[in-house]
Structures are given as C-alpha cells and as structure tokens.
Design a protein around this ligand. Structure first.
Ligand code: AMP
Length: 143
C-alpha cells in the first residue's frame, strides 16, 4: 500500500495558515477542524513550516498566556519532512517513528498534494492486515 492509496480515500485537503497567523488563530483552527497540526504556507504557496499541538504546548510552557499573541512563524518547525505519493506506507511509518512526529505533508515536484497523519497510516495498515488475513483464510478453505 502507498501514500497515494491513503490520499485517494481521504482526499487532498490540507488546512493551512499564514506565517503571521496568531497562535490563538492556530488553536481555533485545530479545535474547530478537529485536527492535530496545520501547515504554514509562505506567500509563494510553498511549505514554510508546520505547527502541531506539541508546538502549542511548548509555547505555552515557555511563554505562558502571552503565547497566544505570538505568530505561527515563531513557534513552527521549519525543517518539514515530506513524503511522495509513491512512498510505501511502511516507509512513511518508519520516517514518522524515527522522526517522532505524527504528521507528514505529501509533496511532489514542489506541489502540496495532501497531508497524512499517523492515524491515517495505522488505519491503512490495519485494513491491509485484515485483507491479508481474509485472503489467507480463503486460500486455506479452498485448499
Ligand atoms: P506531531 O507529533 O506531529 O504533533 O509533532 C511533533 C513535533 O514535530 C512538533 O514540533 C512538530 O512541529 C514537528 N513535526 C510535525 N510534523 C513534522 C514533519 N512532517 N516534519 C518535521 N517536523 C514535524
């Protein structure tokens, strides 16, 4: 199974904010959309960074209530690791586990095609395991 299989199920919508968006705005987005991260897009549409719940917790611990007045660009992770639609789900799972993050944008030739979360990856892997088990059972019964 590949990243493109996940995108064909969940679609290509990615929630984004501008670098100057306030942390309060980012919290609103995460809460109202029930998501765990937003991508920060530069003026040219390229990925400038990512802000996840973990960055918000870190900012709150560091700045207290004033964290809400900071801008996304001040708390985002700049070196965003991305994946390709043709990457296998196992490879992406490994990247996320080793990098200790739960979100990965899908980019090809500089174009943002979607975002995959660890939840999407686990769901896809479970479905794959289920299909394999069913195929094995059918094989045994047929034999
Ligand atoms: P997460 O587990 O996705 O909530 O993120 C944990 C930390 O990794 C946060 O500091 C995020 O900004 C950062 N992060 C999340 N996704 C990525 C990614 N694809 N590449 C690099 N850093 C990331």
């Amino acid at each position: 199974m590949f990243v493109s299989d996940i995108l064909s199920q969940k679609g290509s919508a990615v929630f984004t904010v501008a670098p100057a968006a306030s942390v309060a705005e980012v919290c609103q987005q995460l809460s109202s959309r029930r998501i765990g991260s937003v991508l920060v897009l530069g003026a040219d549409g390229s990925v400038a960074g990512i802000v996840s719940e973990r960055d918000l917790v870190r900012a709150l611990a560091r700045h207290g209530a004033k964290a809400l007045e900071l801008e996304a660009r001040q708390i985002m992770t700049r070196d965003v690791v991305t994946c390709d639609p043709d990457d296998s789900i196992d490879a992406v799972m490994k990247t996320m586990t080793e990098g200790r993050f739960r979100h990965i944008p899908v980019v090809r030739h500089g174009e943002l095609l979607g975002l995959v979360s660890i939840g999407d990856v686990v769901k896809a892997r479970l479905e794959e395991t289920q299909h394999e088990t069913e195929a094995l059972k059918a094989y045994i019964v047929a034999g």
